[in-house]
Design a binder for this molecule. Structure first.
Ligand code: UD1
Length: 312
C-alpha cells in the first residue's frame, strides 16, 4: 500500500509544527504555511523529512494542487488571538473564514479522505456552566470566536453536503515549546515564560482569577492524529482540552516557585472579548477519539520553561 500523505496547513506555526513531528512516523508530511505567524525555524531539525510549501490559504489556486489526493488535511492555519481579531478584524476574517472555506473546497474537490479542523474553545463564550460540553449552545464574544465557529459549521456541512469527512477539535488554550512570545497577541503562558526568565513583571489583565483549561501542545498534536484515524466520528466536533482549569494568579505563583524567584505581577484593565472561565468536558473525546492527555500542568510548565531557557 502506498504511504499515506498528510498535509498540515499552518505547519510552521506553534501547534502545527508539533503536529508535524507527531505525523512524520506515520507517513509523508507536507506543510502549507505563509509564514505570517509561523516560522521556518520551527521545522528546523525535521525539514529534510517533510515537504514545505510557502502558500497562502486565501489563494485557492495556490493551495488546491497541494491538497490533492492527501489522506488527511489538518487545517491549523489561522490568524489566532481574540484581541487581534478586535483590533484588526479584516485579515483574521479573511484567513479564518475565507481561507477555511478554500481549504475545505480544495479538499473536497481533491478527493481528500478527511479534514481535521482546529476549532476553538472561544466558541463557548461566557456561558456560566462548567465544564463546557459539546452540546451547549455557542455564544461567541469576539470576531475570532465567530470565525472559528463558522469554520466548524462549514466543516460539518462539507461532510453532509459534499461527502468530505471532517472532524473539528475545539482547542482549549494550548501552550508549550515553540509558542511565539514576541507579540502583544501571544498566548499568556508564553508571555509568562518570557517575563519569568527575564525577571520582569508580567501584566495580568483583570484580577487574574479568570481560569483556563491549559492544554500541552503534544497532547493536542496526539489528539489531532487520533481524530484523523477514529471511525464513526465524521461531521462531529469534540473538545480538545485537559479537563482542568487554573487561574492566571495561580500559574504565575507556580512558575515563580519552579524558578525560585519572587516577582509581583502588574495588573491592567480586563481585556475586551475576554471569557471569564473555561474548562473542557473531555468525556466525548475520551470515548470516541481515545483522547488520553499525558501531561499534568506542572510537567507541561517545566518542559515549556526548559525549552524557553534554551531558546531565548
Ligand atoms: C482564546 C481561546 C483559545 C484560542 C485562543 C487563540 C478562550 C477561552 N480561549 O484564548 O481557545 O485558541 O484564544 O489565541 O476564549 N492575559 C493576561 N496577560 C497577557 C496576555 C493575556 O492577563 O499578557 C490574559 C487574557 O486576558 C486572558 C488569559 O490571559 O484572560 C488568556 O489569554 P490568551 O492566552 O490570549 O488566550 P485566550 O484569549 O483565553
Amino acid at each position: 500500500m502506498p504511504e499515506k500523505r498528510y498535509v498540515v496547513t499552518g505547519g510552521a506555526g506553534f501547534i502545527g509544527s508539533s503536529l508535524v513531528r507527531t505525523l512524520i512516523p506515520h507517513g509523508k508530511v507536507s506543510v502549507i504555511d505563509n509564514l505570517l505567524t509561523g516560522f521556518e525555524r520551527n521545522l528546523e531539525e525535521v525539514c529534510s523529512k517533510i515537504e514545505f510549501h510557502r502558500a497562502d490559504i486565501r489563494v485557492f489556486s495556490a493551495i488546491a494542487p497541494l491538497l490533492m489526493g492527501a489522506d488527511t488535511v489538518f487545517h491549523l492555519a489561522a490568524i489566532p488571538s481574540v484581541p487581534r481579531s478586535i483590533d484588526d478584524p479584516v485579515p483574521s476574517h479573511e484567513v479564518n473564514i475565507d481561507g477555511t472555506f478554500n481549504v475545505l473546497r480544495a479538499a473536497a474537490e481533491g478527493r481528500v479522505r478527511r479534514v481535521v479542523y482546529a476549532a476553538s474553545s472561544s466558541a463557548y463564550g461566557d456561558t456560566p456552566t462548567l465544564p463546557k460540553t459539546e452540546s451547549m449552545r455557542p455564544m461567541p464574544k469576539s470576531p475570532y470566536a465567530v470565525q472559528k465557529l463558522v469554520g466548524e459549521y462549514y466543516a460539518s456541512v462539507f461532510d453532509s453536503c459534499f461527502g468530505l469527512e471532517t472532524v473539528a477539535l475545539r482547542f482549549f488554550n494550548v501552550y508549550g515549546p515553540r509558542q511565539d512570545p514576541s507579540s502583544q497577541y501571544s498566548g499568556v503562558l508564553s508571555l509568562f515564560m518570557k517575563h519569568l526568565l527575564a525577571r520582569t513583571a508580567p501584566t495580568i489583565f483583570g484580577d487574574g482569577e479568570q481560569t483556563r483549561d491549559f492544554t500541552y501542545v503534544e497532547d493536542v498534536a496526539e489528539l489531532c492524529f487520533k481524530a484523523s484515524q477514529a471511525e464513526g466520528v465524521s461531521g462531529k466536533m469534540f473538545n480538545a482540552g485537559n479537563g482542568g482549569r487554573f487561574s492566571l494568579n495561580l500559574l504565575w505563583r507556580l512558575l515563580q516557585k519552579i524558578e525560585g524567584v519572587e516577582i509581583a505581577p502588574r495588573y491592567g484593565p480586563p481585556r475586551p472579548g475576554d471569557v471569564r472561565d473555561s474548562m473542557a468536558d473531555t468525556a466525548s473525546a475520551i470515548a470516541e477519539l481515545r483522547h488520553a492527555p499525558r501531561f499534568s500542568i506542572e510537567e507541561g510548565l517545566r518542559r515549556t520553561l526548559e525549552w524557553y531557557r534554551q531558546a531565548l
